[in-house]
Design a protein around this ligand. Structure first.
Ligand code: HEC
Length: 565
């Protein structure tokens, strides 16, 4: 119990500043939009603001509220109320600009269809204590944990939970080498189970925990002490670029010492707003620029092979729609170098772009000229494909890793990885995975689009949070791996029992095409009691043919190497 409690404080200590910046930025937008439309907090009735908090300014109530928070809210909103995946943080401007009465009203009614439960199961005094806590708690201070933190009891509870219904699985059954295949015929109807709030509780890696890979492969710790490492991409000369998104920098890692550590680490550029995507232009051995996808712009720096510091200031080539959820933007260049593709996730879970202006040009892959001009939509209806796009070197086809929607139940909707057809429509928000599967929250809309919905190539476990993908072009792994896709799975929150938190492989059988199967490749980041110590984000192939993977929970880089027998 105490270990979990302490570690939650320690591990998240540095997230807050950046999250305040993110929420401030997105909330300036939200607030100004709200002023224009004269809307209240989540459409609270005007009378809500009149309600009086019986505990305002009571320190005891705030403390009790913190305990209630740890018990009821932290699993979704994060142990420091910093937010979690799609779920907003609560100590930023949005919640702070709401009146106590509006917050009370919101806790009481919730927004179940968006994943926020109604808390009328708590007494009205307890709801006011929560409001007092939210209104008086200083951002960054450690939130005292509630009683009953998980450990042996939680482990037993995890074991007691019913086994998953194959082909669905969860962390208790995920292991290196397991092959999975999900088809449309396997899907339950919407709302077969309720929408879970099960965000990860991050703990430090216990001494006996280590990532597990199939026989013949070894996993080594390449670098530690990073700060929110996200996308990772090898440059043509073999240097490895890593986006540290929250501090806003990009670092370069070079080589392997005999002990398997980097020979050099430098900050290439800093001061960016949530950098994520990284790519090199023009394609080929002699790039002239590094492109960076920040959450609201495409930037580029002049670059020559071997540079470890930007040799000039950033040029801002194009603005991107920012704010809301899904802030990652990946970048890829067509193999002929003529076009740049940028993937931009939706701002919301399933808001209708027809009536929600902030969804314009989101849930899309956007195409530009490499100088940032000539924007058009390349493919659409990809809810959040912002975390991973790449061209298959064999076929020249673009592939994308997509986070599908939440709040329809444990086994809906599968995330997916697919090749992307130019002009293609992938369903969001009105349909999911097929024209015959309409989102119940948009029933009856857009019948004319039914026949256009493309079913993705590889369905993954629902809520996996599939992020970066890469094609294995190295020579170190056995020949059967050549050309296969590796993809990082950040792990679920909207599922009763966790899934994801692993690295998967999609075998393409040297054909450039998938049969729909994927294989769990590196697992072991979730402990038996459900606590999480590692979360894969980025994946790239190093010059020697090993894989390098970033992990933003232990804030490290892992190397996966084939050790010949
Ligand atoms: C099952 C996950 C889950 C749990 C548990 C949960 N929330 Fe939420 N909450 C959400 C989601 C998802 C949203 C965003 C809804 C939307 O899209 O508007 C949200 C939104 C909010 C907001 C509005 C934030 C904003 O920026 O507008 C507040 C305030 C809030 N929750 C408070 C709480 C409190 C207090 C608790 C504990 C009593 C709690 N939540 C528990 C999922 C959860």
């Amino acid at each position: 119990m105490s270990q979990a409690t302490q570690s939650r404080g320690a591990v998240h200590a540095r997230l807050l500043l950046a999250l305040v910046v993110i929420s401030a930025a997105s909330l300036i937008l939200a607030v100004s939009a709200r002023q224009v439309q004269r809307k209240t907090f989540h459409n609270a009735p005007a009378s809500a603001a009149q309600a009086h908090n019986p505990f305002s300014d009571s320190k005891d109530a705030a403390k009790a509220g913190a305990h209630l928070y740890a018990l009821n809210c932290s699993a979704c909103h994060g142990p420091r109320a910093q937010g979690n995946g799609d779920i907003p943080g609560l100590l930023g401007q949005s919640t702070q600009s709401a009146s106590p009465g509006e917050l009370f009203w919101y806790l009481t009614t919730g927004e179940p269809d968006k994943g926020m439960p109604a808390w009328n199961s708590l007494s009205s005094d307890d709801r006011w204590r929560l409001v007092t806590f939210l209104k008086t708690f200083p951002p960054g201070a450690p939130i005292p944990s509630g009683p009953g933190s998980p450990s042996p009891a939680m482990e037993a509870a995890m074991r007691a939970w019913p086994a998953p219904n194959p082909p669905f699985t969860d962390f208790r059954y995920e292991h290196p080498g397991a092959i999975r295949k999900i088809t449309l015929a396997d899907l339950p109807p919407p709302y077969a189970t309720h929408s879970a709030g099960n965000g990860p509780q991050i703990v430090p890696r216990p001494n006996d925990a280590w990532p597990q890979a199939p026989p013949g492969f070894v996993v080594e710790l390449y670098a530690t002490g990073l700060h929110n490492p996200r996308l990772i991409r090898a440059a043509p000369n073999g240097d490895v670029f890593v986006a540290e998104s929250e501090p806003g920098d990009v670092k370069v890692f070079r080589g392997f010492t005999p002990a398997g550590k980097p020979e050099l680490v430098e900050i290439f550029a800093s001061g960016m707003h949530l950098p994520y995507g990284i790519n090199f232009y023009p394609p080929g051995p002699d790039p002239q620029y590094v492109y960076i996808g920040t959450t609201d712009a495409v930037l580029r720096f002049p670059y020559r092979n071997g540079d470890t510091k930007a040799r000039g200031p950033a040029e801002r080539l194009a603005s991107l729609p920012g704010g809301g959820n899904h802030w990652t933007r990946d970048i890829a260049f067509t193999p002929d170098g003529r076009k740049m593709l940028v993937s931009v996730g939706s701002a919301s879970n399933v808001d209708d772009p027809d009536t929600t202006p902030r969804e314009t040009n989101r849930a899309d892959i956007l195409e530009f000229n490499p100088d940032g001009t000539g924007m058009r939509v390349y493919a659409y209806g990809l809810r959040n494909g912002g975390s991973g796009i790449a061209f298959d070197p064999l076929t020249g086809e673009l592939w994308c890793s997509v986070n599908e929607r939440d709040a329809l139940g444990d086994d809906l909707v599968p995330d997916y990885i697919t090749h992307v057809v130019p002009g293609g429509f992938y369903g969001w928000p009105w349909f999911y995975l097929s024209g015959s599967l309409q989102d119940p929250r948009h029933a009856g809309k857009h019948p004319e689009l039914k026949s256009k919905v493309i079913t993705p190539d590889v369905l993954l476990q629902p809520h996996n949070a599939s992020l970066q993908l890469t094609f294995y072009e190295g020579a170190q792994f056995p020949a059967e791996y050549r050309g296969d896709i590796f993809a990082s799975q950040h792990g679920s929150w909207n599922r009763s029992v966790r899934t994801g938190y692993d690295l998967i492989r999609i075998p393409l059988h040297h054909s450039g095409h998938s049969t729909g199967e994927y294989q769990e490749f590196v697992t072991g980041f979730v402990l038996p009691d459900g606590m999480v110590w590692g979360r894969p984000v980025g994946i790239t192939v190093a010059a020697d043919g090993s894989l390098l993977m970033s992990d933003d929970a232990s804030e490290s880089l892992w190397r996966i190497r084939y050790a010949k027998k």
